[in-house]
Design a protein around this ligand. Structure first.
Ligand SMILES: Cc1ncc(COP(=O)(O)O)c(C=O)c1O
Length: 347
């Protein structure tokens, strides 16, 4: 055990947890990387730290400056925390339809918060363009640009991937991940495939995201929408472009409900919405691949960050999800069906 000098020094080196209930159900071993253990409460602390370290090293970012970033929340929280360790300020630009829990945490960390109406990427008021513009207008602002800045995936290539490889004792068959910027899936897939070329990488994509369709047809298209936050993209960004993906599946929000309640009740883990999607993806990969596989995915944050959506009966009612199918056996049966197998992209 060591004593850290800064909060930022506590980022990474998260535990790996075997999910007993799902492992027993499938005959595979299903593991989650407990990224909620990062001090800012999510996997995005890693990208935040690497982006800041690299920018300070190259001289683009200096003490006293302000980091500005467009974020669904978690990257902003990570950057706010890292900013304090390096004598920087933080300004987060966030769409106003994200869970209020994350706005609150951002402010608790002392970040400035600007919320904007959600709009398509083509609109100049999109949070991404707004952050870019703010940085251009102020000489002492630096735009982190998590989508195109490959320090993001470098965090996972340098740290998350090697941690998984070592914790899994060099035995991992399948990696499952969703993508928000693609930093996680790119950095870990590249690293782990360098160690074990036979590793299979599965992307799990929510409704409302275009990545599944992009991998299927080369065109970005989506259908429906999802309550998940921080994941799903409708354009090709540099971090995702570098991901090495073998298979892609698309899962609806109903699956997250069944899965999150099952894992909470059986294993005592209250997953955030993207984590529930990842674990549902891992379950699907286990069912499709058959027993004996060692499968790893990410618990990106905890249910506390999704309390007002995934765990809120009023919200679920509004979305017509309150009568979701609670039986995990039905979910397993669907993943075993020919229709599901036919929907999988890739070999
Ligand atoms: C909760 C959560 N899960 C997953 C992701 C996706 O990670 P990545 O941006 O590395 O693709 C994010 C990104 O913001 C997130 O906030």
């Amino acid at each position: 055990m060591t004593v850290a000098a800064h909060q930022a020094d506590l980022i990474g080196n998260t535990d790996l947890l075997r999910i007993d209930s799902l492992s027993q159900l499938t005959g595979c071993e299903i593991f989650i990387k407990c990224e909620y253990q990062n001090p800012g409460g999510s996997i995005k602390d890693r990208a935040a730290l690497q982006m800041v370290q690299d920018a300070m090293q190259s001289g683009q970012l200096k003490r006293g400056m302000t980091i500005v970033e467009g974020t669904a929340g978690n990257t902003g929280i990570g950057l706010a925390l890292v900013a304090k360790s390096f004598g920087l300020q933080m300004l987060a630009v966030m769409p106003n339809d994200q869970a209020k829990e994350k706005e609150r945490v951002l402010e608790l960390y002392g970040a400035k918060l600007m919320t904007v109406d959600p709009c398509p990427f083509s609109n100049p008021n999109h949070f991404y363009h707004k952050a870019c513009k703010l940085a251009a207008q102020h000489k002492d602002h630096w735009w982190a640009n998590q989508f195109e800045n490959t320090s993001n995936m470098r965090a996972h290539y340098l740290h998350t991937g090697p941690e998984i490889w070592q914790q899994m004792q060099h035995k991992v068959d399948i990696l499952v991940a969703s993508a928000g910027t693609g930093g996680t899936i790119a950095g870990t897939s590249v690293y782990l495939k360098e160690q074990h070329a036979g590793l299979q990488v599965w992307l799990v994509d929510p409704d409302g995201s275009g990545l599944y369709q992009y991998l299927k047809s080369g065109e970005f298209a989506n259908q429906g929408s999802s309550m998940t936050e921080g994941i799903g993209i409708m354009r090709l960004v540099e971090n995702f472009r570098q991901a090495k993906v073998d298979r892609a599946i698309n899962l609806p929000d109903r699956d997250l409900l069944t899965l999150s309640r099952f894992v909470r009740n059986k294993d005592g883990i209250v997953l955030g919405s993207s984590s529930a999607l990842n674990v549902a993806g891992a379950l699907a990969a286990a069912v499709i691949s058959g027993p004996g596989k060692r499968i790893v995915t990410f618990a990106c944050d905890l249910g506390e960050r999704s309390a007002s959506k995934l765990y809120n009966p009023q919200y679920l009612q509004q979305r017509g999800l309150l009568d979701y199918d609670k039986d995990i056996q039905h979910l397993l049966a669907r993943y075993r069906s020919d229709a599901f197998a036919a929907s999988i992209v890739g070999k």
